[in-house]
Design a protein around this ligand. Structure first.
Ligand SMILES: N[C@@H](CCC(=O)N[C@@H](CS)C(=O)NCC(=O)O)C(=O)O
Length: 215
């Protein structure tokens, strides 16, 4: 049987999210590189995988998916017994996990993603950083992290007492931000800091970072 295919590149945060999930689930896959500098993601055949022209895209058997979080949701539901479950069987626990999955998308990612762009990606391409955008989004992210600090005094992980998809979805943005001035926002909150140390130490995540470094 042909392996699962992820079309993307390791520096892409959304691609990293899917790679982390596949590794955590101990699933075999092939990473199909997309030459984004040549604009391959804006042309066919890539557009038939993701009409929005963004990585990653996922293919397995007759399934073609895009949107990193939809891909991870498929993997955890399709392979509950493989690797780390990262979801709950209990519907109330799953409801709380659902809250934190939404929080990552609706509260954390908008500010964190803009900071990753300004401080992680723009410098790589020699583009000028906007101090106003950085300041505005550091303030927004700080407020989100105050909520996380409280949540993590009550629960070891965001989505419950063990590592779930809600934690995993944060890893790519955290990776870039921990290598930037934004690190101070995480380190000044002890529970957030301990949570980051814990989730970034997972062997699956080390493998994603190694793929990024090799890229
Ligand atoms: N919400 C999408 C975001 C995908 C996304 O923004 N991908 C970026 C790389 S991380 C991309 O392809 N950017 C190129 C573009 O938008 O043209 C997901 O989670 O998959």
């Amino acid at each position: 049987m042909a392996p699962m295919k992820v079309h993307g590149i390791p520096p892409s945060t959304a691609t990293m999210r899917v790679l982390a999930c596949l590794l955590e689930k101990e699933l075999e896959f092939e990473l199909v590189p997309v030459n984004m500098q040549a604009g391959e993601h804006k042309k066919e055949p890539f557009l038939s995988l993701n009409p929005f022209g963004q990585v990653p895209a996922f293919e397995f058997e007759d399934l073609k998916l895009f949107e990193s979080r939809a891909i991870t949701q498929y993997l955890v539901h399709e392979y509950p017994e493989k690797g780390t479950p990262m979801i709950w069987k209990d519907s109330k626990k799953m409801a709380y996990l659902g809250v934190w999955l939404e929080v990552e998308t609706q509260q954390f990612d908008p500010a964190a993603g803009k900071l990753v762009w300004e401080l992680g990606i723009k410098p790589m391409f020699g583009m000028p950083v906007s101090p106003e955008v950085v300041e505005e989004n550091e303030t927004k992210l700080g407020k989100v992290l105050d909520v996380y600090e409280k949540r993590l005094t009550e629960s070891k992980y965001l989505g419950g007492e063990s590592f779930t998809l809600a934690d995993l979805h944060h890893l790519p943005n955290i990776h870039y931000l921990m290598n930037s001035q934004v690190k101070k926002l995480f380190e000044s909150r002890p529970h957030v800091s301990a949570w980051i140390a814990d989730i970034t130490a997972r062997p699956s995540w080390s493998k994603v970072v190694a793929m990024l470094q090799k890229h």
